[in-house]
Design a protein around this ligand. Structure first.
Ligand SMILES: *Cc1c(COP(=O)(O)O)cnc(C)c1O
Length: 385
């Protein structure tokens, strides 16, 4: 590596280290209690889903062998798209290899510099990156603030406006006000896109998400869902009217220029989708776990945010404190997300606890005891006032 490059990379890493934003990864251990993942219904480990995946691999092979528009679009992909469209009450759905790619692909295919994008300030990184890739003029409105959105829309003279929001916000767990977003978008002749990555499988009728069957494609023309979270597999989809989907097939570069998802994953996802719809008790169990955790955490006086979803953030403020709590939990083999800037604004570092239907009461009790211990340690260390 040239000296100039070496210096540039070293400077960037040093800066990240100084600001306590250094990220580390760990090989997941089987004896760890996982309160960091997104497997909300426990389907990633469900033997019926793994068996469907194995059967898919035997039938179709290990990989798709080509992109969808060449020869990689297999009948199992097609069947999954149809099932996803039916589930979300849309005419058609289109499979992408990841949610990140779906968001890049939708924004790049729909928007250009003659388009104005309006994004919630807390939208997922993939939506922000998609906006940059599209070259559109992008504005961010205050989180869940329809009045701010409305004033930005009113000031825009652009003929093509697109409002974009997460359905469930990934770092806060709160839910977008779809009714208001749909209404404001309609009034200003804007299209609405909702990324319901954390809502599908978890919220709504049949687990179809916070948009799903509740809001039709007139209210929410562009719906994105991911398959690596509550569905337990991998990939993503865009659901909408047939014309939208055809447009994406023609123009979405992250759809066109990539190998189709391995067919075995699509086979596993079909099985997971069947379970999501036929076993509502998984959502009941998840909601019972959320209610139990919240009740107990509030009793302990933990700094819990308002959230009705599996994402339950504890806002600790600074990065050092967040890291300290995370390490103490790790020592007890409990994994939670340590979320720090630049993922969240400065001063809003947090532990991101995520709950799943597969957690037992005893697991949640262990987490609560460990969190309580962190609180007590702090009380001992800080001087009395
Ligand atoms: C996780 C997530 C994505 C990315 O999905 P992947 O399939 O993991 O690439 C996109 N949007 C939101 C809101 C997410 O939480």
């Amino acid at each position: 590596m040239s000296e100039a490059w070496q210096q540039r990379l070293a400077d960037a890493r040093a800066h990240r280290q100084q600001t306590e934003r250094w990220r580390t990864r760990q090989v997941a251990k089987s004896n760890t209690l996982d309160f960091a993942g997104n497997d909300y219904l426990g389907l990633a480990q469900d033997p019926r889903v793994s068996e469907a995946q194995a059967a898919g691999a035997h039938r179709y092979g290990a990989g798709a062998g080509a992109s969808h528009l060449v020869s990689g679009h297999l009948e199992v992909h097609d069947a999954l798209e149809e099932a996803l469209a039916h589930w979300t009450g849309r005419e058609r759905a289109l499979l992408f290899s990841t949610g990140y790619m779906a968001n890049l692909g939708v924004l790049q295919a729909l928007a250009d510099r003659h388009t104005a994008l309006f994004q919630d300030r807390l939208n997922h990184a993939s939506l922000i990156d998609g906006a940059a890739l599209s070259g559109a003029r992008s504005r961010r409105f205050h989180h869940r603030d329809a009045i701010d959105l409305e004033s930005l829309l009113a000031r825009s003279e652009c003929a093509h406006k697109l409002v974009v929001s997460d359905g469930v916000f990934s770092m806060d767990g709160d839910i977008a006000d779809i009714a208001t977003l749909a209404e404001v978008s309609r009034q200003h002749n804007a299209w609405l896109m909702i990324d319901d990555a954390h809502g599908v499988g978890v919220l709504g009728d049949n687990g179809s998400g916070c948009v799903g069957s509740t809001w039709n494609s007139t209210d929410v023309p562009i719906l994105v869902g991911t398959l690596g979270k509550a569905l337990g597999t991998a990939g993503a989809f865009v659901a909408g009217d047939a014309e939208l989907i055809e447009h994406l097939i023609q123009f979405s570069r992250s759809y066109i220029y990539t190998t189709a998802q391995p067919p075995a994953i699509a086979a596993a996802t079909l099985k997971a989708l069947e379970i999501v719809q036929s076993e509502p008790e998984r959502r009941d169990q998840l909601n019972a776990n959320i209610a139990y955790f919240r009740h107990e955490a509030l009793q302990l006086g933990l700094p819990l945010s308002e959230s009705a979803t599996p994402i339950q953030p504890l806002i600790l403020g600074d990065e050092t404190r967040t890291l300290s709590w995370t390490l103490q939990l790790q020592q007890k083999s409990i994994q939670v997300g340590a979320i720090r800037p630049p993922t969240v604004p400065k001063g809003e570092s947090r532990l991101r606890v995520t709950l799943s239907a597969h957690h037992q009461h005893d697991d949640i009790d262990q987490l609560l005891a460990a969190l309580h211990h962190c609180q007590q340690q702090e009380a001992l260390c800080s001087p009395c006032v």
